[in-house]
Design a protein around this ligand. Sequence first.
Ligand SMILES: Nc1ncnc2c1ncn2[C@@H]1O[C@H](COP(=O)(O)OP(=O)(O)OP(=O)(O)O)[C@@H](O)[C@H]1O
Ligand SMILES: [Mg+2]
Length: 120
Amino acid sequence: MHDPMAMIDQDQMMQVLVNLEKNAVEAMPDGGTLSLLLKDSPDEIGIAVSDTGHGISPQNIEKIFTPFFTTKELGKGTGLGLPLVYGIIKMHKGKITVDSNTEPSRGATGTRFRITLPRN
Ligand SMILES: Nc1ncnc2c1ncn2[C@@H]1O[C@H](COP(=O)(O)OP(=O)(O)OP(=O)(O)O)[C@@H](O)[C@H]1O
Ligand SMILES: [Mg+2]
């Protein structure tokens, strides 16, 4: 990475990573792989957080950034992690996308969140 610099709020970006990593770990109760990938280009940096967990179904994937949407049992999740992540990325004028697979017949299951942040 020749230029890892971007203007970010360090505490907020830490919140983003903690929330994505917590979700990844919670999606892999029997273990798996959590990977973080950083990428740079002249005008933006990319961060990808991937897991080999159970994945997010197509009907749920459109709801995950909605406040209080959770599939976790009562008392476990508030459903506020991803809305917070989304808000922070928007405040940084960035983008966040998600790809997921729940179907073992279609390949390895898991989820990947991709964030791009402009360098400003
Ligand atoms: N990496 C992931 N793998 C599988 N499902 C995920 C993943 N990340 C998010 N989800 C799904 O999206 C839902 C919403 O996530 P979000 O982080 O907003 O809330 P939560 O994890 O349920 O609760 P909280 O973050 O408050 O503990 C989760 O309940 C889960 O169904
Ligand atoms: Mg969460």
